[in-house]
Design a protein around this ligand. Sequence first.
Ligand code: GAL
Length: 688
Amino acid sequence: MSQTPQLVAAAGDSAGRAGPLPRLARLAYGGDYNPEQWPESVWVEDVELMRVAGVNLVSVGIFAWALLEPAEGEFEFGWFDRLLDLLHDGGIGVDLATPTAVPPAWFRRRHPQARLVDRHGATLGGGARQSFCPSSPAYAEASARITEQLARRYAGHPALVLWHSHNEYGGANALCYCATSAEAFRAWLRDRHGDDLDRLNASWGTTFWGQRYSDWAEIEPPYAAPTSVNPTQQLDFLRFSSDAHLANFRRERDILHRLCPGVPVTTNFMIANCKTIDYWRWAAEVDVVSNDHYLRAEEPDNHIELSMCADLTRAVAGGRPWLLMEHATSAVNWQPRNIAKRPGELRRNSLAHLARGAESALFFQWRASRFGAEKFHSAMLPHGGTDTRIWREVVALGADLPSLEPLRGTRVVADAAVLWDWESWWALELDWRPSVDLDYRERMAAYYERLWRDRLTVDFAHPERALDGYRLVVVPSLYLTTPAAAENLRRYVAGGGTLLVSYFSGIADADDAVHPGGHPGALRELLGLGVQEFLPLRSGETVRLGADGDDPAGELVGDVWAEVVVPDGATPVLSYLDGPAAGGPAVTRHAFGSGHAWYVSTRLDAANLAPVLRAAYRDAGLVPPDGAPAGVELVRRAGADGSRFLVAINHTDREVELPGTTGTDLLDGSFHRGACRVPAGGVRVLRG
Ligand code: GAL
């Protein structure tokens, strides 16, 4: 008799194409389960405890290749059969991983040419994970074989609800510079540049520094070299590398779709931390988006970064539900100082992901390891067992989740969009830029933090995606701006939108060539200005910004960057009061069509951004909710049936009151009229 609840609706079809994104049939709770570390008697206790904790989904097999195929072509599935049966009997669903992130030791020995090589030509060692070349034909063959074996054997297993391909593609072996990779890079380039070497030469600007190629065989990956390597060569290598991993994912996914139609396939992303994978491209390839998130433990208010990652995950998922595949119950083990979560933090973190579109709270890992590299990583079941704070919090969260079922299928209501683009990130941070302090993710985080603190909810968007419907669009340092993206932004503002662009945007095209006509070439007309000169600041140097006649107390402070901005239609709003651009405009506003385009030419932190954003909100007709105390996270959700929810997460250590809120809290059933108190460190999910 089938014990395993159906967690995920079917996706995909017999032709192997991904169907509509599946929707979870209930919120999933659980995590990575690596029972191969324990005798089977422990598995029985595990399943009993999983039931106590309300676990309904575990990811298994992620690192089990060496145990499932102990010698090439010899398979041992007995233990795995018993495991899946045990989980099924316990009512626990299985997210079944292909174990291809760690090829067995025999593979490494037998296929030395499949080893990972860094840009200095050093071959990287084994005894680790993901130490293989992503372009290796031997790896392709071996990973396809184990994937096929698993798919054939478990396609009909009643515990199976989801396939989990690999683990964190591009994590440790993002870039490989071995001879096989070099060959694959050349093949990829022929494809990208229409098998036309002249086109590649033009795209890479090889007439500069005498780099012209006359034969494809002359082209190399960007090895370590005595000077900066051609930037477009570097950019194309990053594109190629993301695609090389994607080819590995597609191979596995297609096998799984073919042999196991109807069961969705995911792979766990590392959004916002993994620079080397273009998740916009990847998200279109998975049946359901899933993400891993680990707090930056030492950063104050790191829950804001969590929100950013959750919003970005929802964005690449196209606004549809996504899975939080991994996070930690407390400390990780791989940061310099692995700060433990404080009581209640685990619950707030999980519920913040759920508020922003996740339909699961899954962890790495179920039971803390006794040995190996991650034994000091927290788990759902700590080394100390069940008489521990973490276990009690895990059980309490598992008990909370069913009450949040009404959130499923509702959508996050966003106030503004922020543009995010991996290619632009890559290009912005190549070497020999005007300043080493140009930092894509830092700019994202600062603008995001400002919006978060103003309690506005953000959708991230690709620069070429239609932006109608957003009152405000923020563009932090979109260095690489394609003509299509520029046209998209022009159309958006002309149609009445409010746009806010930060410095070093609109500078280069997809080949990393500077747009003609002076900076910021792609956005000059829209912003109503030219940037005559970049004026990067010295380390620690600051510049003051103010408006004529302003109270000096209201002055803003920027750092890292200044510019000579020459208005051509735009109105200066704030000027540089000192520094290399003294007297010139620092922040401008341009009426364009029916909308407005703002420009911020220096680096302002989240606090200094407040008055600038406030002014832009006025143009956008956005009124940030006031009255809510600082440190309270608010997310609104709306259902197609007209239902409305407000998730309020109190990140402070005192009780707060939210005025103007009426509704019933899904978590404890309490009813609130006109105002609602949120306990210190607590969460309310009000249905209004
Ligand atoms: C993830 C990885 C897991 C585990 C975890 C620890 O990146 O997928 O296997 O290592 O980190 O935080």
